[in-house]
Every structure is written in C-alpha cells, then in structure tokens.
Design a protein around this ligand. Structure first.
Ligand code: ZN
Length: 152
C-alpha cells in the first residue's frame, strides 16, 4: 500500500484558521525543510506538524487503534512512520528548529485547540534563535523511496 502524505486535512485547516484568528502568521508546507512541516513560523524557528493519531500513533489516544487483520503488516508500517517522524524531528532540531507536534484529537476538541493555540501564540515571544533552512530537494529521490507509506 502506498500513501501520499495528505496536505490540507480538515484538522490542519481548523488549526490554521484558529492560529490566524489569534494573529499568528505562518507559512505552509515548507518543502525546503525536512519532513515539510505543515505550518512554519520561520521568525521563531518553530515547525509544526499536524499528525493523525492513527498513523502517527498518538500514545494513549483512543484513535490509536490497530486493525485486527494483518497485524504484522500494520505494526511494521506504524514502526516505520514513528521512525520517520523521529528522523525528521531530529533533522529539524539539528538545524536549530523547535518542533511542535499537534495531534488531530487536540484540534478537534475546542478547549484543547484553544490551549494549543495559546501555546503557539506564547511561542512567538521566544527570542529569535538561529535556524537554518536547508534545501532538501537534492535528496528528493532518496526521500521518495523512504516516504512511500506516509500519512497525515
Ligand atoms: Zn490523539
């Protein structure tokens, strides 16, 4: 099974609207950064990923189920997703970025969404640090091979 990483999912759009309403300005899907973060506050070196709880295995979340059939297959896919997420995060951190994962279930709940937005607004007050934007396009072929099972 091959999946293309989903962009502009409903939770992602909901978060973007809430951030925008709170006065946060950002860029979308910066493909110069590892993992193409969904929302980027470049001035604050903050990269935000909106993760689906099922695909990215939100710990302790009721959405993080495992299909009963083909269990080995699913467990391997999930392990690969977790591994890829870790790799992208460490690449960003090594380039001076702060990484914030926002889970789909946090966005769908009004109270939790308000808290997440509050945290991101507060993060805008972090003194500007140095983060690099490295062009990841050279490694596109290798990346395509690695990312064959992605998710939202
Ligand atoms: Zn969740």
């Amino acid at each position: 099974m091959r999946r293309v990483r989903q962009k502009n999912t409903a939770p992602e759009i909901r978060l973007r609207k809430a951030l925008h309403a709170a006065g946060v300005r950002f860029r979308l899907h910066d493909n110069r950064l590892p993992g193409h973060p969904d929302i980027v506050l470049a001035g604050r070196c903050l990269a935000i990923f909106v993760h689906g709880c099922f695909w990215h295995r939100h710990e302790g979340c009721s959405r993080t189920t495992t299909p009963k059939s083909n269990r080995t297959y699913w467990e391997q896919k999930f392990a690969e997703n977790i591994e890829r997420d870790k790799r992208k995060t460490s690449q960003l951190v090594n380039n001076g970025w702060n990484v914030r994962i926002v889970w789909e279930c946090e966005i769908l709940d009004d109270a939790t969404l308000a808290r997440v937005v509050g945290e991101i607004v507060a993060a805008q007050a972090i003194p500007r640090n140095r983060c690099r934007v490295r062009d990841s396009r050279q490694s596109k072929v290798a990346k395509r091979n690695r990312d064959s099972i992605s998710t939202s």
